[in-house]
Write a protein that binds this ligand. Structure first.
Ligand SMILES: Cc1cc2nc3c(=O)[nH]c(=O)nc-3n(C[C@H](O)[C@H](O)[C@H](O)COP(=O)(O)OP(=O)(O)OC[C@H]3O[C@@H](n4cnc5c(N)ncnc54)[C@H](O)[C@@H]3O)c2cc1C
Length: 470
């Protein structure tokens, strides 16, 4: 694909529609803008970084990029794990970080309108002050709402509350040609034409740029308890998960952690877990409006866990204990990275009743390839996070073996009716795996959709689907 080059005239134009202190070139571009949270997938220095402050600025930049066929990479907080916000074709990184205002509260309809750069923790905290709850809680709370919408982020509480998609009511977007569009409105249901809002959720900045988002809120639950459940064997631990699917109680979260990861995360954070001597752990969360309701749910859950072979069940009902458990869980990724030399990752999702079989398959593959796999994550959604740790394996061997092991895992996921990614997305790191997994007909359909929005292939090229060289 032949792209235009940004000229000094182009930079002057971008400054004229924004402001000189928000446009960066050359050495003035901070290294942070050259990678996301997986620099292992490659870093790339854009020609220009622009921090937009309004929809009109985004529109003016896109018009210029469209006319001159300049690649544009939208960027939120840069916490992605698939290289999605990295400008692999150079050009412009369009940062939404300064569009970070909460614009409106609709306290009757329970929605809030936010700019895309508002951080997840900022919306959650502001909602809490109004006795409201923004439930999606990905492990990284400094991610932006725009980034969460564009990756359809999941997180710990998706078992009970669903993923980001369930909380997007409507959006204002800028198309690659600079046109400003509104997808859906402040309504509870909608069958008016194609549902472009839902198509955009999870599109990883390849179809348009979100500049305003109306997000759904719910009443704040008054009580929240956590159970830490130790197990002796992988079979009994992961085998507990399907037992909750058709039980009368729904945990808000069902997280899976092997002991080694728990110890690594404890060490990484300097925190102490209430229990750490067992081989495997489930962490369960229950929310409710009354203490009695939450206690009842915890009692029933404990019964289910014991029946499945749990060694014990620890109730965490104080802020201190809950914080210790959930902060250790949240530190998993950093702890794994700190424990090894290099790593790669995937976040395969399988049907919930296939999770036990899949985790055991991955565990066996770890031994077969001699690569340490840290398998953890959102077990209740069938969504495992698998970190491949190089440790002291020679780098060349690790790089040679990794794709083979990944291919085995993806093939197993396909056989089980699963998907390539449950929440981290495809970016450019998994575009090749997605092609293999989906096959030509599906990728052609994706290309058709891409072309309908972005006929010049300028918006986040190389992400989700690879650019066809012409
Ligand atoms: C420690 C850690 C834990 C994590 N845990 C989870 C987890 O539990 N669940 C989960 O789902 N993810 C998790 N993530 C991944 C990451 O936080 C999410 O993918 C998040 O949604 C990325 O948001 P961001 O603002 O950082 O987006 P970025 O990384 O900046 O961008 C992500 C993608 O969205 C696009 N984009 C961003 N903003 C816009 C916009 N306004 N318009 C158009 N496109 C845009 C970018 O081009 C890119 O393709 C974790 C990451 C880390 C580092």
């Amino acid at each position: 694909m032949e792209y235009g080059k940004i000229t000094q005239e182009g930079i002057d134009y971008i400054i004229s529609v924004t402001a000189p202190d928000r446009v960066f070139t050359g050495e003035a571009i901070e290294y942070d803008y050259c990678h996301d949270e997986m620099p292992e997938y490659g870093t790339s220095r854009p020609d220009v970084v622009v921090q937009a402050m309004s929809t009109q600025e985004v529109s003016a930049i896109m018009k210029y990029a469209y006319e001159n066929r300049i690649p544009v990479t939208p960027r939120g907080a840069g916490t992605g794990l698939a290289g999605g916000a990295v400008a692999i074709y150079g050009g412009i990184v369009l940062s939404l970080e300064k569009m970070n205002r909460i614009l409106e509260w609709d306290l009757d309809g329970l929605t809030a309108v936010v700019e895309p750069g508002v951080l997840v923790m900022e919306l959650a905290n502001a909602a809490m002050e109004k006795d409201l709850f923004y439930p999606p809680e990905p492990g990284e709370k400094t991610a932006s709402i725009g980034g969460n919408v564009m990756t359809n982020a999941g997180g710990m509480k998706a078992v009970g509350y669903g993923v980001t998609r369930n909380y997007v009511v409507s959006m204002e977007v800028v198309l690659p040609n600079g046109k400003i569009m509104q997808f859906s409105s402040n309504v509870a249901k909608n069958t008016s034409g194609y549902d472009l809002k839902d198509l955009i959720v999870g599109s990883e900045g390849t179809l348009c740029i979100a500049t305003k988002l109306r997000m759904r809120l719910i009443p704040l639950p008054k009580y929240s308890y956590t159970l830490l459940v130790p197990y002796e064997t992988l079979e009994s631990c992961i085998g507990t998960v399907p037992r909750f699917i058709n039980s009368p109680i729904t945990p808000i979260a069902i997280e899976f952690m092997p002991q080694q990861l728990l110890l690594d995360a404890e060490k990484y954070l300097g925190k102490v877990m209430p229990h750490k001597t067992s081989a495997y752990y489930l962490i369960l969360m229950f929310n409710g409006m009354t203490k009695e309701d939450v206690e009842k749910q915890c009692d029933k859950a404990a019964q289910i866990c014991f029946e499945a072979g749990a060694e014990d069940v620890f109730l965490c009902n104080t802020e201190e204990r809950k914080e210790a458990v959930w902060s250790v869980r949240s530190a998993a990724l950093e702890a794994i990275k700190a424990s090894t030399t290099d790593s790669d990752e995937c976040d395969i999702v399988v049907p919930r009743n296939a999770i036990a079989d899949f985790v055991q398959y991955a565990d066996a593959k770890s031994r077969e390839y001699g690569i340490r796999l840290m398998i953890n994550g959102h077990a209740g959604d069938g969504n495992t996070h698998i970190q491949l740790c190089r440790d002291d394996m020679p780098k060349e061997k690790f790089e040679e073996q990794t794709p083979l092991l990944m291919n085995d895992l993806y093939a197993k996921a396909k056989e089980a009716g699963g998907q390539v990614s449950g929440e981290h997305g495809i970016g450019h790191a998994r575009a090749g795996y997605l092609e293999n997994f989906m096959g030509e007909d599906m990728i052609d359909l994706y290309r058709g959709i891409k072309c309908a929005f972005d006929d010049r292939y300028i918006l986040n090229p190389g992400k989700v689907i690879r650019v066809k060289e012409s």
